[in-house]
Design a protein around this ligand. Sequence first.
Ligand code: GLN
Length: 473
Amino acid sequence: MVEWPALSVIASRVQSGQLKAVDLVAKSLQAITDKREYQAIISTVTDRAKQRASQIDEKVKNGLSVGPLAGVPFIAKDNFLTFGGETTAASNILRGFKAPYQASAVEKLEDAGAVCVAKANLDAFAHGSSTENSDWFVTKNPHDKTRVPGGSSGGSTAAVILDLAPFALGTDTGGSIRLPASFCGAVGLKPTYGLVSRSGVVAMASSTDVIGPLTRTVEDAALVLDVMSGFDQLDSTMIERDNNPYTNLDTKIEGKKIGVVKEYMAEGLEPGVRVQIESAIDKFKKAGAQVTEVSLPSLPLALATYYIVCPAEVSSNLARYDGQRYGHSSKNAKDLDESYELSREEGFGLEAKRRIMIGTHVLSSGYYDAYYKKAQTVRTKIINEFHQAFTGYDFLIGPTAPMVAFKIGERTDDPLKMYLTDIITVAANMAGIPAISIPAGKSQGLPVGLQLIAPQRADRALLGIAKAFEELA
Ligand code: GLN
């Protein structure tokens, strides 16, 4: 049962005094306590959330306007810097870290009246596809506790499906919003690169990191994007947005040109997933879309490319955790060099270390040309193929993942097998284009995600077609 109304409805009820923000925060905190066995949450922001909620109620009482998300509780992935508690990115090296400033996206949400109540679990530093790389604990899939929720935004996504809050924030560097959305049956939006400020979000791979919402519905995702997006001088990679609200959605399907990506429907797709995706494609056809197959021949190289570019950027971004300025500092070091070494040895988990090793290797002078440079060349090829495809199509379509949620422990022994989970999602990150995962039926009793991809900056159109599909389903 869906326990929270649409975000816009909650906000208007708070604004009219029909609902109290303090009660909504209390309800969210209670749900977090009641459902802690799922281990979706790392910490709550109790005092600050209660305080902000009473300020909002006070404003309403005084006849002041609060904003489009008045009193709406939300949960942020724990790699968003927030006030009122710790920000750990689920990593031992940041245990106890208190952020000196907040992520710009969180600030924008707060300005609109939303209230952050808790921080969600993730794969440490967002490195992973299942939350099993968390240095804290593994989050359980709301549909089956023996399975993973997907990752790395697994805690945020499970939180939404468990009704701990009406929406949550995630980050998507190679699929970390869309993959858990697919595994848990949520809507997960990865906006165009640069549309939402990355300031105050723990950096993973800066050239592909994006911030996006996890919600129950496309309409809610649109509202959160509308509030979060827009210029921020603290992020130099931002693009301009227009003034048309992202909630202003065109849901017409008739005449839309949709390309079914051949490479995404290739072998390796679980049969149950294929059935649901083919049925979704049929629905689009019946509703009047022009659906044909399209091939982007370089897509099979996207995963290998990603796992060169991503660790290269990770190795550089993780260099700041040196045990001197913030985070874990080893008590066992005798001098400065040993302090660097031991702080990192003790504080980083296995996956962070693996990525630092791979990243420094592909960037090293002897291997730069063979790996990093080649990967960037292929990346350009992928970008060009998307450009080319979008000259003939409005949207591209396929599954979000080749499989449904797998069992906890099933892929942890083999990092390559874990990396393969992202085989379909990574290309949109390499190209910086928007993509969304929306629920499209079930296989083996578990949710299947449909992925829609649009050209750069066509986020509004993407949300429109996704909403249209939601209405057909
Ligand atoms: N699962 C991918 C990885 O491990 C993507 C992670 C992400 O998007 N943050 O790199």
